[in-house]
Design a protein around this ligand. Structure first.
Ligand SMILES: [Zn+2]
Ligand SMILES: [Zn+2]
Length: 419
């Protein structure tokens, strides 16, 4: 059996054969149900077209005014970058750095890396350093949060409606289209078709011998016999993309516990302290996350209030509870419903980023409203704690290794390939 016909499920560690996929078909793990491979027709052509469109939109979205704020004859305009600069000037550099990375740097780098990789491949020439460039692209994926930023814009506009007139700028239109184009490029891209073009050294091409341990690469999904991965040095590395290989994420339980506890500690001040102070016509009012939700409710915006409540208050807590449950179940060597527990983990990984919405709302409001005593908005300590909660819970979900859930089920079972 050739090496490229095997997949080691990255969620339950089951070694299985890849079935031949029809155009548009997808394969799932037979044991835990996680998505393994998906065939995407005309992948390179479609990805390249969308990436080029995305780059043009990205430049427009970052060069022109985003929103204008008009109040009593005065007007302020903001670009994406000026919002982040204002936040940094108010002494909230940590939050500014996170917003800069997630709303500008990560999506921009993703598009650039995609272009560098896909353009030469489309013409049959792998670019120099392809494995490393594409690995960076894949690792950046969870950190691009333009869709969440868009929700932040929507909430901000609703909050300011009573106070002033908000006029959308050119960049906003480019930004909205860019979100769809970027999502389309990611959906069109078939990573398998890129990795297929990276040569695998002959030593790693052999199939595993009966009973021999295999390692699966978390980035390019190559399945390598353990010996073939360690031949180059002491620590095992993927022979195709160079990623460090581990049977399980190192110190997974300890790191996840530490991050879960840290996030729980920060969750308290994040909800108790105000995230911003609004000054309007001489009146000053501080807002916590919860009072922001109440504000939306009072203005009859209950769907938006529900979204902000779920994203900012419910989701971080749910994530922490699920991670605690998973940690305890692994430590108590539980055999209880491994498939459902894996699914819970998958949900935790997927929903966490939506909690960033309130951080973006603060950034946008601070950038838009700075008319001195007439109207201004100041970011407060709660925003820093809240931003820390979101980032720490994302790292916590990343530190947890779902394969630990299945270790108890697999104990004593011989290694075999499932087809
Ligand atoms: Zn699986
Ligand atoms: Zn690899």
């Amino acid at each position: 059996m050739a090496h490229d016909n095997l997949t080691l499920c990255h969620e339950c560690d089951l070694l299985q054969c890849n079935p031949p996929l029809p155009p548009g078909g997808e394969s799932r793990c037979v044991r835990c149900g996680c998505a393994l491979h998906k065939h995407r027709p005309n992948s390179l052509d479609r990805t390249l077209a969308l990436t080029l469109a995305g780059l043009v939109l990205f430049i427009v979205a970052n060069s022109f005014p985003f929103l204008s704020f008009q109040m009593q004859g005065l007007e302020t305009q903001t670009t994406l970058l000026s919002g982040i600069k204002d936040l940094a000037l108010q002494g909230k550099g940590e939050v500014a750095a996170v917003v800069l990375f997630t709303s500008i740097l990560a999506p921009g780098l993703q598009l650039l890396l995609l272009l560098i990789v896909v353009l030469p491949l489309r013409f049959g020439r792998p670019p120099p350093g392809l494995p490393r460039l594409f690995r960076w692209f894949q690792q950046l994926l969870p950190w691009g949060m333009m869709d969440v930023f868009m929700l932040g814009i929507l909430v901000s506009v609703v909050k300011l409606m009573d106070m002033a007139t908000i006029v959308p700028g050119t960049a906003l239109f480019a930004f909205v289209v860019l979100i769809f184009v970027l999502a389309g490029a990611q959906a069109a891209l078939d990573p398998d078709q890129v990795w297929e073009r990276v040569p695998v050294p002959p030593r790693a091409r052999r199939s595993p011998r009966t009973g021999e341990q295999v390692l699966g690469c978390g980035v390019c999904e190559l399945v390598v016999p353990e010996q073939a991965a360690t031949e180059r040095g002491d620590a095992p590395h993927c022979p195709r993309c160079g990623h460090r290989l581990h049977r399980r994420k190192p110190m997974s339980l300890q790191r996840t516990w530490a991050l879960v506890i840290a996030a729980l500690v920060f969750y308290v001040p994040a909800n108790l302290f105000p995230i911003m102070t609004v000054t309007s016509l001489g009146k000053t009012q501080s807002d916590t996350i919860l009072s922001g939700v109440v504000f939306l409710l009072h203005h009859g915006m209950w769907p938006l209030a529900a979204v902000v409540f779920v994203a900012s208050i419910f989701v971080p807590l749910l994530k922490l509870l699920i991670l605690t449950l998973l940690l305890l179940s692994v430590q108590l060597k539980s055999r209880w419903r491994p498939r459902e527990r894996t699914r819970l983990y998958r949900i935790t990984e997927a929903i966490g980023r939506w909690s960033m919405v309130d951080v973006y709302v603060v950034t946008i409001l601070v950038a838009l409203v700075h008319l001195g005593n007439l109207a201004s908005i100041q970011a407060e300590a709660g925003a820093v704690f809240f931003c820390a909660v979101v980032i720490i819970t994302m790292f916590a979900a990343n530190a947890f290794d779902p394969r630990l859930i299945w270790d108890e089920i697999d104990r004593g079972r011989p290694l075999r390939v499932t087809s």
